[in-house]
Design a protein around this ligand. Structure first.
Ligand SMILES: Cc1cc2nc3c(=O)[nH]c(=O)nc-3n(C[C@H](O)[C@H](O)[C@H](O)COP(=O)(O)OP(=O)(O)OC[C@H]3O[C@@H](n4cnc5c(N)ncnc54)[C@H](O)[C@@H]3O)c2cc1C
Length: 461
């Protein structure tokens, strides 16, 4: 009889993999992990979010590959929680479930005109250039002159950088072929990054910002006098600003001091401005904004406040990048405001408001804490969840298999005719993509259609 613990992990992004890895590190527990993902490809945003020109970051998948080699690990790609599998199915087959489904939606600006053609979320654009099957058919009108990215985090910088890079630079990456072709024909001349707060409060990190000093095809400038800090900002910079903030200011000063050299494109950093309205006949034509000033709060922090000063700019494309947001999962509580599943140290709460906890359901990663932090942040986060689970099982004296009353999940998937993809199958696809890429001197050529992915896997098996 199999006396091992059986855990289902829903979502194969960093959080899911770090959770699996932590289970396998427990020498005194015999644990089997089945990981499910709605896509045939694993690794979540490492494949579908991290920018194509940041290949080094993607090498974190080597760690996930090693975890997947554990004989107690199985991957079931192309299996969606909520359509192919439901919560009651999982609770009948597994001792516990960890939901690590990330945050696949995004926050809206909530301003008039946001739904006009030409106004998009960064999520759509990032998914499109990275070949996420959900976004491959999206169209972006790159024949316009002015593109605006609303937001000053690393994702906003990714979007602006991809728009600013030359086709030659992009051709050395694993950006999708269709995005490369569309960007090759791009007529965009001005790329604006708009932040409601000042440079001191920007959420991007110095390593991402520094790349703007080295763009061969774009001049970069800081608009207005936003680097002339008011006395309160100056005091914060000198007394309590983090190392990253100080570095950001240094780099922005370098950007500001650098000479414009007539390059084809220009990136504008516009701080202390909030979008008010997007307007146009059938599509985006103008963006109205208001200038903000920083006002000291009771807690000493500086918050942006609108002034009387309005700005209007010609705009052909607008990308909002003001934060990702989780989506609710069937049969699980959900906090609409934070876009997360309510939990205590990763253990799912029974309801949105109360404090009672579910014994067998846990969360990790962005759906647990919200869309913040880098890939590595999810490790600590997943480790906390795994230990909470193990401690709960010990405290409740739960025995392996105690709540499980059905055979292997494969029986259920086959009875539902779900064409699932194993990790060995993914490896076939991975080899196909990397070989196709290498033939063109690129890291990989991504397949973007699920049908096509399954077809290649069937052929190569
Ligand atoms: C555009 C972008 C760029 C980024 N760049 C960097 C970077 O350069 N460096 C860095 O350190 N961090 C970066 N990050 C942050 C990093 O990607 C996240 O911290 C991390 O991916 C979050 O991990 P996760 O496992 O919680 O979610 P995800 O990575 O989103 O993984 C969730 C997984 O769950 C699956 N899933 C969702 N719903 C279901 C369902 N119903 N059924 C089955 N499976 C489901 C998804 O397909 C996905 O594979 C970036 C984030 C974004 C958005």
């Amino acid at each position: 009889m199999d006396t091992s613990w059986k855990i289902a992990v829903i979502g194969s992004g960093p959080a899911g993999f770090y959770a699996a890895g932590e289970f396998f590190r427990q020498k005194s527990w015999d644990i089997k992990v089945d990981m499910f993902d709605r896509l045939p490809t694993p690794f979540g945003l490492v494949r579908g979010g991290v920018a194509p020109d940041h290949q080094k970051i993607k090498s974190v998948t080597k760690i996930y590959n090693r975890i997947a080699e554990n004989p107690n690990f199985r991957f079931f790609g192309n299996v969606e929680f909520g359509s192919d599998l439901h919560q009651p199915d999982l609770l009948k087959h597994y001792d516990a479930v960890i939901y690590s489904v990330g945050s696949s939606s995004d926050r809206a600006l909530g301003i008039p005109g946001e739904d006009l053609n030409g106004s998009h979320s960064a999520t759509e654009f990032v998914g499109w250039y990275n070949g996420h099957p959900d976004f491959r058919d999206h169209k972006f009108d790159l024949s316009v002159k002015n593109a605006f990215v609303i937001g000053m985090g690393n994702v906003a910088l990714d979007v602006a950088r991809i728009l600013a890079k030359t086709p030659e630079e992009l051709a050395a990456t694993d950006i999708t072929d269709y995005a490369l072709e569309a960007l090759r024909k791009s007529q965009i001349e001005n790329i604006w990054l708009v932040g409601r707060r000042g440079p001191l409060q920007a959420a991007f990190t110095p390593s991402e910002l520094r790349e703007f000093l080295e763009l061969p095809g774009a001049d970069v400038m800081v608009e207005g006098n936003s680097l002339e800090l008011d006395s309160e900002s100056r005091e914060i910079l000198e007394t309590k600003a983090s190392k990253d903030t100080k570095k950001n200011i240094e780099i922005l000063e370098q950007i500001s001091a650098s000479k414009l050299s007539g390059k084809k494109k220009r990136v504008h950093f516009l701080f202390l401005a909030s979008p008010l309205e997007i307007s146009g006949e059938a599509k985006v034509e103008k963006l109205s904004m208001v200038r903000n000033q920083l006002v000291k709060q009771a807690d000493g922090s500086l918050r942006p406040q609108a002034t009387e000063n309005k700005i209007e700019e010609d705009a052909g494309l607008i990308f909002r990048s003001i934060g990702y947001l989780g989506k609710p999962l069937a049969d699980l509580p959900f906090d609409q405001k934070s876009g997360t599943i309510p939990n205590e140290c990763g253990q799912v709460k029974d309801t949105e408001s109360g404090n009672s906890l579910r014994h067998c359901e846990y969360v990790a990663g962005w759906i647990k804490r919200g869309p913040s932090g880098v890939i590595g942040t999810n490790k600590q986060d997943a480790v906390e969840t795994v230990h909470r689970l193990l401690e709960t099982f010990l405290a409740e004296k739960i025995e392996p298999g105690q709540n499980v009353d059905l055979p292997d999940i494969v029986t259920l998937l086959e009875s539902r005719k779900v064409e699932y993809v194993s990790f060995a199958d993914w490896k076939l696809l991975d080899a196909y993509e990397t070989e196709a890429g290498q033939a063109q001197g690129r890291p990989r050529l991504k397949l973007t259609s699920i049908t096509e992915m399954l077809e290649i896997i069937r052929q190569k098996r």
